[in-house]
Design a protein around this ligand. Sequence first.
Ligand SMILES: [Zn+2]
Length: 135
Amino acid sequence: MVSIVEQMARSMEAHGLHDCANDLRSQKKSIYKRPIAKPKKTKKRKKKKNLPANNKSKSFYKSVEWRRLRYDALVKHGGSCLACGRSAKDGVIMNVDHIKPRAKYPELAMDLNNLQVLCGGCNQGKGNRDETDWR
Ligand SMILES: [Zn+2]
């Protein structure tokens, strides 16, 4: 007489389920393999790591002290770009630029004598690599 277990094994074989236990194991493995898409998470972490520096910079430019000083610089130099002469009327965004970059000369960050008015484009072109005084 054929046992129930044997019958089950045969029917499983017939359905290609002979290695049922192994199938389950490999399924588990494949489930474990899926989270290997973790590099995406590390990329996100990298972005988060960059945030503190940006926040620092943003908080500087949001400070009342800076906005007062920035305004003083605009009063002193006028609202036109000292390099190209464009102004907000020409549709450009005006920047008050640190002639000697804040990154290199943090002690001059709040010095009115270190500030000049540039349009966004000129300021972006200047970046931290040039210290031309356009006044
Ligand atoms: Zn300009």
